[in-house]
Design a protein around this ligand. Structure first.
Ligand code: KG4
Ligand code: ZN
Length: 340
């Protein structure tokens, strides 16, 4: 049997568990989403999220183990998201993973959720070639990173305020489209036109992102023009976000001899973004890796995948590690000693 890590992810509103082999085969991947529960509140309610994790985590882990056809003794280690995220939600996953690791006498590896997203680049059908430029665009984060090997990366730019997904969600709320907003805004955008000339914040200004000004511009416009056309607002907003993302990607591509580009996180689902990425790919000839959506949005397979290089390098963590809601992504990889 292959070497296997069980990953556990409970940082926000998905309870997830997955078994991933050392060669990054996703052997099982179970995600229980709370979206329907939080929808009526227009966003994630932290206390409700933690409670649902408490009831879901054991069934979800059991399902992932059963689907992989393994028991605790078959595992090499247990990995878990230790931050960033909602503290009550993180605590459920961290406590569960530690308890399982203790019971099974296995090492436990605490993983940064953002390192998980970066690692998801390697889980798709298209094999990532290094160095790889990764664009992470999720509800909580927007960042660009240069990966030179699994687990070895340097952050090139990140968001100064709202992430791309957050901007989508806020604009969706302004348009009365409910939560999560990204897919709803994109559906409307298809029937509208980019005619409103919304700002493209910091488009030619380094590799950091800023989307809060764009969101405010949409809010002002809606107040000023009560007879607005929703489809055009959605199309103009989505075009502004995607223009910025593409401009930053292109600028970053000029900084090194990248052999592939990966786009991960929930916003990677956007058809507007995917179309533009495909066009860039044709023009520049750089390999494009888009993991399937189930692995690009929050999941535990990416947590197990991120744990593998860490585990090989340093083994398990001391059981004393805790959940950390504000855990930062190091500017450069922890695994400095690893060479591509
Ligand atoms: O990666 P993800 O599932 O969770 C986080 O780690 O945050 O990303 C969720 C985000 C939400 O903000 C959602 O509105 C956005 O991804 N999203 C989209 C689309 N589908 C989801 N944004 C734009 N277009 C979409 N089709
Ligand atoms: Zn995430």
């Amino acid at each position: 049997m292959k070497n296997l890590i069980l990953g556990v992810e409970t940082s926000c509103d998905e309870t997830a568990a997955a078994v991933v082999s050392e060669d990054l085969e996703v052997v099982s991947n179970v995600v229980s989403s709370q979206m329907a529960i939080h929808e009526r509140y227009g966003g994630v309610v932290p206390e409700i999220a933690s409670r649902v994790h408490v009831s879901e985590v054991i069934p979800v882990v059991s399902k992932a183990m059963a689907e992989a056809g393994v028991s605790g003794r078959d595992l090499t280690a247990v990995a878990v998201t230790r931050g960033p995220g909602l503290i009550g939600s993180l605590l459920v996953g961290v406590s569960t993973a530690k308890a399982l690791a203790l019971a099974w006498k296995k090492p436990v590896v605490g993983v940064n959720h953002l390192e998980g997203h970066l690692a998801s680049a390697s889980l798709g059908q298209d094999k990532v070639e290094y160095p790889c430029l990764v664009l992470l665009v999720s509800g909580g984060h927007s960042l660009l990173a240069q990966m030179s090997a699994p687990g070895v990366y340097a952050v090139l730019g990140s968001t100064r305020d709202d992430s791309a997904g957050e901007a989508y969600d806020k604009v969706a709320r302004l348009l009365g489209l409910g939560y999560p907003g990204g897919p709803a805004v994109d559906r409307l955008a298809v029937s509208g036109s980019d005619v409103l000339n919304f700002p493209r914040p910091m488009i030619h200004d380094g590799l950091d992102f800023s989307f809060s000004g764009l969101k405010s511009a949409v809010a002002y416009y809606l107040r000023r023009e009560p007879a607005y056309v929703r489809e055009d607002v959605a199309a103009s907003f989505a075009a502004a976000v995607v223009d910025v993302l593409l401009a930053k990607l292109e600028a970053a591509l000029g900084r090194a001899d990248f052999r592939s580009v990966a786009v991960v996180g929930g916003v990677a689902a956007s058809p507007v973004l995917r179309e533009r990425l495909a066009a860039m790919n044709r023009r520049r000839g750089v390999k494009l890796c888009l993991p399937p959506l189930k692995l690009a949005t929050d999941n535990a397979a990416m947590i197990a995948a991120a744990a593998w290089p860490r585990f090989r390098e340093v083994g398990g963590d001391d059981l004393g590690f805790g959940a950390d809601a504000g855990l930062k992504l190091p500017e450069a990889a922890l695994l400095q000693s690893r060479r591509p």
